[in-house]
Design a binder for this molecule. Structure first.
Ligand SMILES: Nc1ncnc2c1ncn2[C@@H]1O[C@H](COP(=O)(O)OP(=O)(O)OP(=O)(O)O)[C@@H](O)[C@H]1O
Ligand SMILES: [Mg+2]
Length: 434
């Protein structure tokens, strides 16, 4: 009750009491001239006072009730607003998650799936409401679902799904505390991770295998040379030392190739791009091929279009010279090798063709894998590490170019590096004048 209201209440009460006293006094002393009139005024005042006070009191009460009802409504709508915002936030989080999420209700039906899980499992839009067993048919997963529902135990497992999109998934099933028997299942796609792990294991095994032979040969020779009980002639010593030098070179080549490969893999694009005049570039490669062949092959160079290629001369030379050295190494003496540069539909094509041993079709898709060789002994004999085409592929990828291979067993092969039109520039002034 406010102070103003209290003062007004006091004034009205005082007036009523005063009038009642005056009236009583008049009646007692018998001086009342018009008793009915005085009574009427008194009753009217009393009625007015009661009505006014009542309305004030009830008004105040009513206002208090209305205000608390309004406050209640406001707090309810605030709570509803908060719940909605929370629901939208959870929906946003689920939709944006990289992990697949599945919610199962107490009846074992799908309550919710996020877009990632739809994508991983190629689920249709009508899975919500369907029995979870009919949506994901996987015995190990269902065992976890039952364990979580019956015993309240959260557990993870890794499962393999076949079908259109084979996947390896790490799955965790967790009972939801808020819902009786409701479960949350989280799927993490580990397909690429597992593939990388296998690649890494294979890579380490391959490198160790490649190093094992030269290291064994080297240490054998070192032991022999160090052992005084072997009475070696100087010719024998020289032969051993020559073989040791060969194995050391082999290890050096392997390490260099590995370093080149890792540099190509770690950098995004070549740092030293420049317009390369293709005529001198191809002629230099042809010179190197001649030196390598040492007259054992007929060599032909054809440059159909004088133009320039935007790229790293160093990287492209090291990659494309591997195509040239392969042609020389895998073409028996008497065969022929051709180097060519031409434009095809705006794209630049550098190709190396040979009449060599050729490659069976089944090997072609795997040629750019590290250490992949069709015939390991022949490759090793000629000093190959099996990393050459892996390096070519990476260097070309950094130039948005692709490697195309056509080959026929016993007849020969053609390896082409195809560059996008964006990298082809008109010939330089000096060349145009020539
Ligand atoms: N022109 C070709 N003719 C026939 N086979 C080839 C030719 N080029 C490559 N190959 C096959 O592809 C394999 C992979 O070639 P790649 O250049 O990667 O390795 P490499 O030549 O054995 O060794 P290096 O690392 O020294 O290049 C070779 O071992 C060979 O079997
Ligand atoms: Mg090679």
């Amino acid at each position: 009750m406010s102070l103003g209201f209290r003062l007004r209440l006091f004034a009205v009460s005082a007036l009523v009491v005063y009038l009642a006293c005056v009236l009583a006094d008049e009646i007692a002393t018998g001086t009342l001239a018009r008793p009915w009139f005085a009574f009427a005024i008194g009753a009217a005042l009393a009625a007015f006072a009661i009505t006014w006070l009542g309305s004030r009191w009830f008004g105040t009460e009513l206002r208090a009730v209305t205000e608390s009802a309004r406050a209640l409504e406001a707090s309810h709508s605030e709570a509803i607003g908060e719940l909605r915002a929370e629901r939208d936030l959870i929906a946003g989080i689920l939709d944006g998650m990289q992990e697949g999420v599945l919610m199962i209700d107490a009846d074992g039906r799908v309550a919710r799936v996020n877009p990632t899980l739809r994508d991983i499992l190629l689920l249709s839009n009508d899975v919500v409401g369907r029995a979870v067993f009919s949506v994901i048919r996987h015995a190990a997963l269902m065992e976890l679902v039952e364990l979580a529902r019956d015993k309240g135990i959260a557990k993870s497992t890794e499962i393999e799904l076949g079908g259109l999109k084979p996947r390896r998934l790490l799955v965790r099933v967790v009972p939801l505390e808020s819902g009786e028997g409701a479960l949350l299942v989280v799927f993490v796609d580990v397909t690429d991770l597992r593939r990388l792990e296998v690649m890494r294991r294979d890579f380490v095994a391959n490198v160790s295998h490649e190093l094992k032979t030269p290291v064994t040969v080297l240490s054998g020779f070192v032991e022999t040379l160090a052992d005084d009980s072997f009475d070696l002639s100087s010719a024998q010593r020289a032969r051993f030392l020559g073989m040791m030098a060969e194995q050391a070179k082999r290890m050096q080549r392997l390490v260099e190739d590995l370093l080149t490969l890792s540099a190509l893999e770690s950098d995004g694009s070549p740092p030293d791009e420049q317009p390369i005049d293709m005529r001198p570039f191809v002629e230099r490669l042809a010179e190197e091929a001649r030196a390598l062949s040492a007259g054992r092959h007929a060599l032909e160079t054809r440059i159909a279009d004088d133009c320039r290629l935007l790229g790293s001369a160093k990287e492209l030379h090291s990659a494309l010279s591997n195509l040239v050295s392969n042609a020389v190494r895998y073409t028996p003496a008497g065969g022929s090798i051709g180097l060519a540069w031409r434009l095809e539909g705006g794209r630049g094509v550098f190709s190396v063709s040979d009449t060599g041993i050729g490659i069976e079709a089944r090997h072609i898709p795997r040629l750019t894998e590290r250490f992949y060789r069709v015939d390991s002994s022949r490759s090793r004999e000629t000093g190959g590490t099996g990393l050459g085409l892996a390096i070519v592929k990476h260097a070309l990828t950094r130039h948005q170019a692709v490697l195309e291979v056509t080959s026929e067993l016993g007849r020969g092969s053609r390896f082409s590096a195809v560059f996008p039109p964006a990298r082809i520039l008109p010939a330089g002034e000096a060349q145009q004048a020539a």
